[in-house]
Design a protein around this ligand. Structure first.
Ligand SMILES: [Zn+2]
Length: 111
């Protein structure tokens, strides 16, 4: 089975994103990518911790995604690594939902 997460190269740097929008299990809103951080264990195991947040009810979740050495290098060198994602977070959804989300997030002072 192909992995649900893919690395996308944006104009701001590389970011790991889901292939499909993640819906909030509480209220059904499209969840936003908040930040990601990669870790390497002493055993050599590498993973990305990816935080997503619901812009409506504030539900917060962490995904722990195993990554390769190459992906670890790509993601830790990205200017977006361990940063709170702003513009980039909207890349998760299609154009129609994106326009709506951007308008609402701007109104709430998200960026
Ligand atoms: Zn929610």
């Amino acid at each position: 089975m192909e992995r649900f997460w893919i690395i996308r190269d944006t104009e701001h740097g590389k970011v790991i994103v889901p292939k499909k929008p993640i819906l909030c299990p509480i209220c059904g809103e499209v969840m936003l990518l908040h930040d990601f951080a990669c870790y390497k264990h002493t055993s050599g195991f590498k993973h990305a911790d990816i935080h997503v947040k619901c812009p409506y009810c504030s539900f917060w979740a962490t995904f722990g995604v195993p990554i390769s050495e190459e992906e670890f290098e790509e993601l830790t060198k990205s200017p977006l690594h361990k940063q709170i994602l702003k513009w980039e977070l909207t890349n998760l959804v299609d154009e129609e939902v994106r326009g709506d989300l951007e308008a609402r997030l701007k109104k709430w002072g998200y960026w």
